[in-house]
Ligand binder design. Sequence first.
Ligand code: NAD
Length: 515
Amino acid sequence: MTHDNSVQDLFEVRSPLDGSVVVELPVQDAGSVRDAVAGARSAQAGWVALSPSVRARNLRRLADGLRQHADDIAGRIRAETGKPEAEALTEVLVSIELLRLYAAKAPRHLRARRVNTGWLVGKSAWTEREPYGVIGAITPWTYPFILAMDCVSPALAAGNGVVIKPSELTPWTTLLIPGLCEEAGIPEGLVRVVTGDGSTGAELVSAGVDRVVFTGSTATGRKIMTAAAAAAAGPTPVTLELGGKDAALVLEDADLERTARGIVFGAFFNAGQTCISVERVYVVRAVYDDLAERVTALASTLRTGGGDDVDIGPMVSVAQRDIVEEHVRDALSRGARVLTGGRPEPAPSQVYPPTVLADVTDDMMVARVESFGPLLPLIAVADEAEAIRRANATPYGLFASVWTGDRKRGIRVARQLRAGGVSINDVLSHYGVAALPMGGVGASGFGRRRGLQALDEMSRTRTLMSDRLGLRREPWWFPYSLRTSRLVRALLELRGRGGPRGLLSALRRLLAGGG
Ligand code: NAD
């Protein structure tokens, strides 16, 4: 089955640095998306037939291929997103870590496990993990390489094929992945990319994929879940990695120098366009002014632009920059103060400078709605209890951080936060630990990427049980008689009471009758 791409609409990918066209690609339609899924499915038959340790060897080769092509990958990331080189290369590094984790751990994690059959003697039982088949991955523009590899790596380790629909803003990076996989000996066509906007994403959800892994906004996540429920092939399972409004809680005993540096990094990495960026800072009043002074001093030294020696690149799109502007305008109209930044660079630049806002209150958009930009709103609280209460007063629950001089206190506070994960005296680094699962609660979605849990999400359990005794009939099969009920009653005693008393009572039932 082939479809002619030339009749499909084209879209342009533009550089956020100078607006130049990076590449022009087709908006793939229903037919070509279905072809991609069918193609991945036929390649998957050969892939799943390989043992997990052979697949692991390919993943190791892929990790090495990523190392060799790191500059090409980072070059494409930078062309589409404008992010600094160190951040683009980090996407490759973190992807390598993930591939190495699955190469090392997947064969053991996916192996068959024997299950004790308990009172059903004469049987053997075990569970096995089988891949879903073809995974449909829909990804955003924030980290075009990592977020695709977060799905591809465990999907391949578990024996699946993958069709990725990257963001229309950053598809060029993702288009490298099939070639890298083939170079690593992974069957041709097992990993595919379909390009286009939300319409192509919607086609992928209903193209017969066996699971959808979506990373993106909460609004789109809701639509995808609805569409997946109605898919013709049957309700399709989804993993939803959605937006966040991560809080940082700064307690009065925090090391303010480390805290200020950490929070500035957490708020402004990737120009704040990170699902797990620091979006709200709750600071205990006793240290509020001191922290505000430190973060302002640090933020105002950050260099912006598109060269090799900048800390903060442009916003990915004018629309994204407009959201940030709206949040700042709204905050100022409700009484916030700008400590640094607060004004976009003149067009055509898409840079929004790192901005620190003081006197932020909960009614402001910047405290409630995902800004997804270089904003650092400071919110004063009386104490730890108020910080926890206000940090939890959001439908989102992706990540959070607690800053304190007392690690035990930090862990205690972390456990009271409604979030998929919490860092103590740290920020963002958890993403560098491939073995840590990642995911949210509430409006931030459900399911877990990364870590060994991702292997469970990319495979389902098959249970197998085999009879070993070969009796003519089991005692509980037809036809029923008084003896059958007696047997069930005896088992009720045995399992219900447990211990020697249960055994005695069961024997009494069996031998003396009744029932
Ligand atoms: P988005 O929801 O607008 O788009 C994400 C992807 O979905 C794109 O590929 C888009 O084309 C596609 N899409 C749009 N409509 C669709 C539909 N109806 N059916 C199927 N696919 C559709 O998100 P975005 O603006 O690209 O990314 C930013 C968002 O992603 C933020 O909310 C951010 O927090 C979130 N995000 C979350 C994580 C996480 O791990 N939780 C990571 C990165 C980004």
